[in-house]
Design a protein around this ligand. Structure first.
Ligand code: ZN
Length: 154
């Protein structure tokens, strides 16, 4: 087992990340989800599971987000789950694209960044390149779930 130093988080963004880590959102179970995904990152033992239920307008009405592992995966999963309610899968794909672009250090339009809400705090993780995968893992799970759902829906 390699020892990975934990991320040192300070400042406004760090406080927000730690707050989500300590009080993760949307942990309650969702019965008969429309979308479901699990991802695993063996590098630091991160696991994430997401379950989403859609309403008749195909907007997310219920979310179950469950993660274990490092502080970043847990905070990222909680923050992501907080942003999904009421959104269509199309809107969520847009968010995923913006988030990946921000984490990749690409030029991202401020109006797109504004849509990320608290998720923009995770940009501090860019200082720890090995942790970027932790921040992206719930999005990878979500994108796979959406892909699978679209395939199933034809
Ligand atoms: Zn991790």
């Amino acid at each position: 087992m390699s020892q990975i130093p934990d991320v040192e988080l300070g400042g406004l963004y760090g406080d927000l990340i730690l707050e989500h880590y300590r009080n993760p959102r949307n942990r309650h179970p969702v019965a008969e989800p429309d979308l479901e995904a699990h991802e695993f990152n063996p590098f630091c033992g991160d696991r994430v599971g997401l379950k989403l239920k859609l309403d008749q307008q195909s907007r997310v009405s219920e979310i179950n987000a469950d993660s274990e592992g490092c502080s970043i995966i847990q905070a990222s999963t909680s923050m992501l789950s907080d942003q999904l309610k009421g959104k269509t899968l199309e809107e969520i794909s847009g968010l995923a694209e913006t988030f990946r672009s921000m984490m990749g250090g690409k030029d991202t339009p401020p109006e797109s960044l504004a849509k990320l809400g608290e998720l923009d705090a995770l940009q501090v993780v860019r200082r720890y390149p090995v942790r970027i995968k932790c921040a992206l893992l719930p999005w990878t799970a979500l994108e796979e779930a959406m892909q699978e759902y679209r395939t199933r829906a034809g």
